[in-house]
Design a protein around this ligand. Sequence first.
Ligand code: AHM
Ligand code: MG
Length: 332
Amino acid sequence: KENAIAQPVGTTLERYIMRKQAEFPFATGELSQLLRDIALAGKIVNREVNRAGLTSIIGAMGQQNVQGEAQQKLDVEANIRFIRALTNGGEACAVLSEEEDDIIHTGNCNGKYVVAIDPLDGSSNIDVNISIGTIFSIYRRVSPVGEDATREDFLQGGRRQVAAGYILYGSSTMLVYTTGHGVAGFTYENSLGEFFLSHPSISIPTSGTVFSCNEGYWFDYPQYVRDYLMQCKRQGQSGRYVGSLVADYHRNLLTGGIYLYPPTSKNPSGKLRVLYEAFPLAFLIEQAGGTAESEHGPILDIVATEFHQRTPLFVGSSSMVNLLLTKSVGAV
Ligand code: AHM
Ligand code: MG
C-alpha cells in the first residue's frame, strides 16, 4: 500500500504516476500513459459537467460548441471524449463502453491494453446537478499485439484487471485508482488544471453506519436483504442514497458503509454491469480492504460471457457485507 508519509505535499497525478512507474524497472510506461489519457479526458468531461446548466443557453447560440461540434447530451459527449483520448493516446487497442453495443477498435493494433468504461454513470442525475462519475477498468490484452482486439480481451475475468478506477464529478472532482498496490485518490484543482494527490492510501473502515440502496424497491427485494436492512435500521444506521453509484460508493469507501443493488423482479440480475461497474469497483474495494459480493460469491470471481452482463452488487465495509451474506445463506 502507498505510504502516506513518504508522499510530498503537492504531488500531481503526473508526478505520482512517474514515481510509481520508476518503482517497476521493467515497466514500459504504457499503462502510465493510459492513466494519463483517462485523466485528460476526465478533465475535459469535468469542464463539460461544470457548465452543463449553461449548455442550453450557449447551445441556443447556434447549437455548437467552441470546436464547432454540435452539442451532445452529456453522456454521449463523455463517451466521445474518453474514446477520443484513448484513441489518440495509442495504448488502448479497443474500448468497451456502456454507451455502445460492441467493442470500439481504436486502430491502435499495437496497443497492449483494452479499457472497459462507463463514461458517465448516474445519467438520471446529470440534468439535476447532482454528482455523477466515470468508472474504468483496464486489462492487458490476451490477443496477439498487432491484430484487432477480441471478445476474450474483455472477458478475462475481474481478477485479471491491471488497473481500475473512477472519477467523481462532485463538490470537488476526484480521480481514485488502483494498479493492484493500494488505492490512491487525487483531487482536481480547477484553476491549475491538475489532479493533486489528496488521499495517498485509502482503506475502507471494516464497519460503518451507512447503508445505500433504493428503498423504493423494498417490496421487491429478497427477504434476506429486507432482514439485513431491518437490522441496520434497528441499529440506528443512516440510509444514504444519491442514486449515482460512484458518489454512493465513494462516500462509503471513505467513511465506511455498504452499497446494495440487489436483484429485483424488474432486474432479476440486478442493474449494474459486470465489466465496467462491478469489476472495477470490486477491484478497488478489495485493494482498500473491503468486500464486493453478489449472491453467488465474490464479484471478482464472476465469469462474464456478455459485454453488458449485469450482476447484483453488495459492496463496502467487510463486516457489513459479510453480515448480509450470512442472512442470504439458505435463501439463495
Ligand atoms: P446508469 O448506468 O444507467 O446511469 O445506471 C446506473 C445507476 C447507478 O449510478 C445508480 O447507483 C443506480 O443506477 C441507480 O438505480 P436506481 O434508480 O434503480 O436506484
Ligand atoms: Mg452506469
